[in-house]
Design a protein around this ligand. Structure first.
Ligand SMILES: [Zn+2]
Ligand SMILES: [Zn+2]
Length: 265
């Protein structure tokens, strides 16, 4: 199983995962052209993409869903609430509803040799989910756009080999930054986004000896930067109540503008 982030950040998200036999994208929040380039860079054609798993209907996750589904007829998987919200999003253009597949949180489904479990996340969208994907004893999860986490989230992220985890903002930068107060409150709220510090704390709860790749993502352009997200998360791991040192795991930060390397799990 392998994965890479094609783009990650408040300006657009798309994650590539493949087992060799099955290829899926989580979200399509950048232009169709950039997604196709990102997929091609992984030695795959868009025609080989088996599904787009949508986490929720915010535009940074669905921007090119309409274009891609019209051009490549890729099946779209999302919760009922997300599918209804997507249907109301006029900027996507005409959608082929026969490509829609409704999924339910906590109900595992399969696409060829990839098994996928959607799990609920706290975010200000209709019915948002993260996705845990497993194949041949390896598993990888996309966990972004979460205002908070609880035992349920920790359970769903236990025993992973790789994770794309939100590390959205630095609380201080956000507080003193230029955003209007209601937006600051929204981001900091229970249905907003995970701060660097809380991402580090969550990681401490799910780290284990076989965790292979930790990729931090969905960084805010205004309220975070890569070195700060990295340093904050690393220091939480070092200070956390766990047996690990900061450099026991490779922690990397996904770029907003270009694909990461491809990680083998
Ligand atoms: Zn969102
Ligand atoms: Zn988002």
């Amino acid at each position: 199983m392998e994965f890479c982030s094609i783009a990650s950040g408040s300006s657009g998200n798309c994650t590539f995962t493949s087992t060799g036999q099955t290829t899926v994208l989580v979200d399509a929040g950048i232009t169709g052209k950039r997604i196709a380039e990102g997929v091609n860079a992984q030695d795959r054609k868009m025609e080989e993409v088996d599904a787009i798993l949508v986490t929720h209907e915010h535009i940074d996750h669905i921007r090119s869903l309409g274009v891609l589904s019209r051009k490549y007829h890729i099946p779209i998987y999302a919760t009922g609430g997300t599918l209804r919200a997507i249907t109301c999003c006029s900027s996507l253009g005409k959608l082929d509803f026969s490509l829609f597949h409704e999924v339910r949180p906590d109900e595992t489904f399969c696409i060829k040799d990839l098994s996928i479990r959607p799990f609920r996340i706290c975010h200000d969208a209709a019915e948002p989910v993260g996705y845990r994907m497993s194949s041949q004893g390896k598993s990888f999860a996309v966990a972004t756009d979460m205002g908070c986490y609880d035992d349920y989230i920790v359970q769903n992220l236990t025993g992973l080999d790789g994770i794309l985890l939100e590390s959205n903002h630095d609380v201080n930068m956000l507080q003193v930054g230029p955003y209007p107060y209601p937006l600051k409150r929204r981001i900091l709220g229970e249905k907003g986004h995970l701060s660097n510090e809380v991402a580090g704390k969550l990681l401490c709860d799910i780290l284990h000896d076989n965790m292979k790749t930790i990729l931090l993502g969905h960084l805010s352009k205004e309220n975070n930067y890569e070195a700060l997200a990295y340093a904050t998360v690393i220091s939480e791991i070092a200070m956390g109540d766990n047996p690990y040192k900061a450099d026991d795991f490779p922690v990397l930060v996904a770029s907003r503008d270009h694909p990461t390397q491809r990680f083998q799990l």
